[in-house]
Ligand binder design. Structure first.
Ligand SMILES: Cc1cc2nc3c(=O)[nH]c(=O)nc-3n(C[C@H](O)[C@H](O)[C@H](O)COP(=O)(O)OP(=O)(O)OC[C@H]3O[C@@H](n4cnc5c(N)ncnc54)[C@H](O)[C@@H]3O)c2cc1C
Length: 532
């Protein structure tokens, strides 16, 4: 079975703009899109209070943009293409690189205090797999926090944006084959919000896994709602695992940033062996997916994995990495002298709802931006600091697309109460789903485990009455089905039973929920590796 459904779908026709827009999600993509849409009326729905429950606010690196001397968008695009393991869409890589400087200017205009050098120019740092200094940051590791705080102030000061906090999207409602509104739950009640224009900006799906760096809100509601409403999804098999989440039993797991390895910290097992040395010439500085698999193997073999900064940083640790230092101390570990226990954690979803260059999905009236979308920018592996960039580039494009629609005077509709919330998710079942994802759809996958997981996801999908559980099961199904169909290892997808890349599969994958369900229900194994 080929890994890809040939994309014979069509991008949706745009509706009229009358009725204003509903944006679901208050991270970078949602906030930026809302600001760009002003003065068009916007209702911005978010599951948590603004500033909380969003990965954007946790970003420690920054945003990539080719604005340094000698750097070019073409060079940025080339690094993006190389990182994506052969399946990045070149048009999209060039598009985001080209539009990056203008979006950084927008953020500066909104008031984001990016770091500057002594001459007053933006200070640029370098990250793994970027061949130039092109990351803009804020006070070291505070980019996400500063950007989100600035945009929230701007949103609060914009009268055309109505913010509805603590409201959770349960499903998209379609009428006559197009978006007609959304069903939400808030304060124990369910409501229907009529809308002909919906922008999904619900972030990633890391919380589908037992170990993740993502906030609890990131469990794939947007992805599931779009697929359940008929939208095509893409590249859902590709989940990036961060190799060094701090393994101190917290959920979400705090990060030991990559910069620690950049400063010379080493990875060792419980015997003190530096296990990355034989695995890659760059050892700890190998690409993220390779380090994640190295850490995973040591843990699976019972030897554990630890990040040792005692020689590289020692007493300088607290000054250079205050956040990580404080986290370790709170768990009784002094990272200046003791190794930090680490584990791979689901960190970023390269896949999502398939979108075109305007952020349109295949469902009329539905756009998607940020991590919930799959634009083709990341392929099988995301280049560091390209995700915040992709979020602003596509949020702006979507706003331009929607603003250009014809339509009558735009008004904002009010939600209609449709009753009390029904059953809620049983925490034991949520735990079972998350553990299944980590065990069978995690860092290293096999057809047998994927099939086992798919059967459980199908059962949950059809029997769960709680919308959260159903959406979790649907989103998990989309990840596992695409992984089963991709009978090769490429980038973040590691199949122990298909360890090589298959040149015939060097393309993106596109799925509908029906196709994913059919794969899950297939009796005979349809997914043989080329070598079998
Ligand atoms: C710890 C960490 C560090 C990172 N560092 C970087 C970095 O340095 N550079 C970089 O480029 N990328 C980084 N990333 C990735 C990047 O932060 C995300 O990809 C990006 O912020 C996603 O933005 P978003 O707006 O799509 O989603 P988010 O910022 O996650 O926002 C999603 C929003 O949707 C809401 N939501 C979710 N579900 C629902 C629902 N059902 N109903 C209503 N609202 C809902 C959430 O509450 C939230 O408001 C990092 C990620 C993590 C977790």
């Amino acid at each position: 079975m080929a890994a890809s459904v040939v994309p014979d779908f069509r991008w949706a026709e745009a509706p009229s703009s009358s009725g204003g827009a509903v944006i679901v999600g208050g991270g970078l993509a949602g906030l930026f899109c809302a600001l760009k849409l002003a003065p068009l009326p916007v209702t911005l729905i978010t599951a948590a209070p603004l500033g909380e429950g969003a990965s954007s606010a946790w970003a420690q690196g920054g945003i990539a943009a080719a604005i340094g001397e000698g750097d070019t968008p073409a060079a940025h695009a080339a690094d993006t293409l190389a990182a994506g393991a052969g399946i990045v869409d070149p048009e999209i890589a060039h598009l985001i690189a080209r539009e990056a400087p203008a979006r950084i200017d927008d953020l500066l205009r909104y008031g984001v205090p990016f770091d500057r050098d002594l001459e007053g120019k933006l200070a640029l740092s370098q990250e793994a797999a970027h061949h130039a200094r092109r990351i803009v940051r804020v006070r070291g590791d505070l980019a996400g926090k500063a950007i989100i705080a600035t945009l929230i102030s701007a949103v609060r000061a914009t009268p055309s944006i109505r913010v509805v906090e603590n409201a959770t999207l349960e499903e998209l409602v379609t009428r006559d084959g197009r978006v007609g509104g959304i069903r939400l739950r808030r304060n124990g009640r369910r409501s229907f919000l009529p809308a002909r224009i919906v922008v999904l900006a619900t972030g990633g799906a890391g919380h589908l896994f037992a170990v993740t760096t993502n906030p609890i809100e990131a469990h794939g509601d947007g992805l599931a709602a779009a697929a359940r409403a008929g939208a095509v999804v893409a590249d859902t098999e590709f989940v990036q695992f961060h190799p060094t989440a701090i393994d101190i039993g917290r959920d979400p797991a705090p990060l030991a940033t990559e910069a620690l390895r950049g400063e010379g910290s080493i990875l060792v097992n419980s015997r003190g062996e530096r296990f990355m040395l034989p695995l890659h010439p760059d050892a700890e500085l190998a690409p993220r997916d390779i380090v994640a698999r190295g850490v995973f193997s040591e843990i699976a073999a019972g030897r554990g994995a630890f990040l040792d900064a005692s020689k590289a940083l020692g007493s300088r640790f607290a000054e250079h990495f205050p956040t990580v230092h404080a986290t370790c101390l709170s768990a009784g570990i002094d990272p200046a002298v003791q190794p930090i226990p680490v584990a791979p954690a689901a960190h970023y979803h390269m896949g999502g709802v398939a979108t075109d260059t305007q952020g349109r999905t295949t469902l009329p009236g539905l756009w998607a931006a940020g991590e919930v979308a799959s634009t083709g920018a990341h392929g099988a592996n995301r280049l560091a600091s390209n995700s915040l960039l992709e979020a602003v580039v596509f949020a702006a494009r979507i706003a331009e697309d929607i603003s250009g629609l014809s339509g009558g005077p735009a008004t904002s509709a009010a939600p209609e109460d449709i009753g009390a919330v029904g059953p809620t998710a049983d925490p034991r079942e949520v735990r079972e789903l998350r553990e299944l994802m980590s065990r069978d759809v995690g860092v290293v996958r096999r057809a047998e485990g994927l099939r086992r997981a798919l059967r459980r996801f199908r059962a949950f999908e059809s029997s769960s009455l709680a919308p959260e559980l159903r959406n979790r099961a649907t989103a998990s199904l989309l990840v596992a089905a695409a992984s089963l169909a991709r009978t090769e290892s490429r980038g973040a997808q590691a199949r122990a039973d298909c360890p090589d890349a298959d040149p015939a599969l060097a393309h993106r994958s596109f799925l509908t929920l029906d196709t994913a369900r059919a794969l899950a229900d297939a009796q005979a194994p349809a997914e043989l590796c080329p070598a079998e």
